[in-house]
Design a binder for this molecule. Sequence first.
Ligand code: GLN
Length: 259
Amino acid sequence: MKKTIRILALVFAAAITIGLFSACGSNDSGNQLVFGTNAEFPPFESVAADGVISSVDGTQKFDGIDMVIANKIGEKYGKTAVINNMEFDSLLVALKNGQIDACIAGMTITEERKESVDFSIPYYTATQVMIVKEDADIKKASDLEGKKISVVQGYTGETVVKELGFEYETFKKGTECILELVNGKCDAVVIDSATAEKYVADNEGLIIVKDAEAFESEEYGIAVAKGNTELLEQINAAIQEMLDDGTISSLAVQYTEEA
Ligand code: GLN
């Protein structure tokens, strides 16, 4: 009897030891490079069961142009890139708090954001566009006057519409804006070009209206905490390499074609 107990105790101890070791292995945050994103922005980032990158705790996966870029930066840095998915509005605060190492979220480099974080070199050029119903009489930005406009809170789309002086309503997600439009509750959604294309491909009866004069081009960058030059240099080197060898442009084609 005593022997059985001793054997059981040994087995138990071994199990705990193995358990502890494997727990260490899967939770080795020292070797992780944590990217913050808001996975509501296809083709740059979205939740995907068969995605290319995992959440910090390994329970979720994500796919998109930014997600592949994050992986490549991780590889170059000798770390495993992982994702902390949060609201877009929380990203810059999370950087400041050290909750994430970098932010990759189709984020436009703006003077205002530069006051609180440092940005990498640009890796993608976009512009705001209008999504309207096929039969709408909106052909240019000035036609938005008096119309019901939906934008996502905190996106540059909101800033642009505000600067143009139009009234608008904000939503938490791009998909919520699109639902408003599809249901006839608003007349136009102002959002980034590549994401707009994805939404138009997924929803019948919608078209994109561009107005290059009203909407200036924007450049996406990866943000790090102010003064984190070591990481920023690594990120810049990785981006430069991916721009030079065509990785980013082929990713853009690949992920937009999937729309
Ligand atoms: N480019 C836009 C911005 O920076 C939208 C980004 C996003 O939704 N992820 O505000």
